[in-house]
Design a protein around this ligand. Structure first.
Ligand code: GLA
Length: 384
């Protein structure tokens, strides 16, 4: 099945023009002067930026480079607009300074041990771009590619569909993959992220959305006073290179127990800085409930703005990362992003799943011809 068929299926029921609103009010486009070169060094043109607006004053800005979220403005408890995602003022700064800010990571998000795996009896070797391991799709992952964009009006609200063809052998992965990500901003203050892919040969796939959130505002400093709940009773313990040991261990009695709401700062000291490891949370949680079924797995709130974000997903895992590698880079409007200045809640399969195939409790990360990869997230914003 071609990927456009997937989209047609997903959107068929919902694509109608919203009666009383014109598309121009809710979807705005502009072109940045920044030009992306493709893997062969060819100029593939300027990057398009798209802004979505709903009737409640919520605004989401996206760009083609990396199918990236560059801005999410939500009203705080006093109704004041607050931009809750880290980012940069210019497109150029993303490839220069970004640590995967807001992007769509692929072909396989998170780590693959030593960048090697075998599939159907054949061995593959990928870039070791994170110490001796492979991270976030390699040297030129999907975050560094220019995706094509198509604005869409749905009955739920305005959106954009991004598509990307990753050729056979791209970053060492087998098979030609057609990937897509559709973002929709609903009139109920939700940012829906729907990822999909089809392939012409068996390949691992794990598309990951990598926004850095700070519900106090992107420029408000530390996220350690935010309160988090994660519906997970197990996690995947890791070695010094952040590779899972294979165990699925209980969170009970550890700093990783977020089953009841607690501030992020409360137990973060359990993971202190240690040599190359900056410390902080950077762990994969095994989410409760059935993979493939949408369920609410995260609740995050900020004490100052009162902004609350919940996440529903159909994925089995969640990487909770507290921006440990943020290094004081200058972001939007001159904001300084220091360690713990933002956090990522990356729904996913478990890291290194491709090397754990068939092991008890480990998700299947292989996509085969004729199958459709699907990954859905609903970020819902309210205040308390
Ligand atoms: C993921 C990883 C982190 C880090 C960030 C990007 O969340 O788990 O270790 O690599 O991406 O800096």
């Amino acid at each position: 099945m071609h990927i456009t068929h997937l989209t047609t299926m997903i959107l068929a029921a919902s694509v109608v023009l919203v009666g009383c609103r014109s598309t121009e009010d809710s979807i705005m486009e502009s072109k940045s002067g920044f030009t992306v070169t493709d893997a062969a060094g060819l100029d593939i043109g300027p990057v398009r930026m798209i802004t979505l607006r709903n009737l409640n004053g919520m605004e989401v800005e996206l760009m083609e480079l990396g199918a990236t979220v560059t801005k999410v403005v939500v009203p705080d408890r006093n109704g004041d607009p607050t931009d809750v995602v880290l980012g940069f003022d210019t497109v150029e700064e993303y490839p220069e300074k970004s640590q995967y800010f807001g992007c769509t990571v692929g072909r396989v998000g998170n780590r693959i041990a030593y960048g090697i795996f075998s599939l159907d009896g054949k061995a593959y070797e990928l870039a070791a771009n994170n110490g001796e391991n492979h991270l976030h799709g390699g040297e030129r992952g999907f975050d560094k590619c220019r995706w094509s964009s198509d604005p869409v009006m749905t009955s739920d609200g305005p959106g954009v569909r991004f598509t990307l063809r990753s050729p056979d052998g791209d970053e060492g992965y087998p098979g030609s993959l057609d990937a897509e990500v559709t973002y929709v901003l609903t009139e109920s203050n939700e940012l829906v992220v729907e990822m999909g892919a089809v392939t012409d040969a068996a390949t691992p796939v794990n598309l990951v959305h990598h926004t850095y959130w700070n519900l106090g505002g992107h420029d408000s400093g530390s996220i350690l006073d935010e309160t988090l709940t994660i519906a997970a009773d197990r996690y995947t313990p890791i070695d010094a290179g952040f590779i899972p040991t294979g165990e699925l261990a209980p969170v009970e009695g550890t700093a990783l127990d977020f089953r009841a709401p607690k501030t992020i700062g409360r137990d973060i000291g359990a993971f202190p800085e240690n040599g190359e490891d900056p410390g902080g949370f950077d762990h994969n949680f095994c989410l409760e409930g059935e993979a493939g079924t949408m369920r609410e797995v995260v609740r995050l709130s900020d004490p100052d703005t009162g902004i609350v974000m919940t996440i529903e997903t159909d994925q089995p895992g969640l990487q909770f990362y507290t921006g440990n590698f943020l290094n004081g880079m200058t972001g939007k409007g001159g904001a300084v992003y220091d360690k713990f200045g933002g956090l990522c809640l990356e729904t996913q399969t478990y890291p290194d799943s491709i090397n754990r195939m068939g092991e008890d409790g480990w998700p299947d990360v292989v996509l085969r011809p004729g199958e459709v990869y699907r990954h859905r997230m609903i970020h819902r914003f309210t205040t308390d």
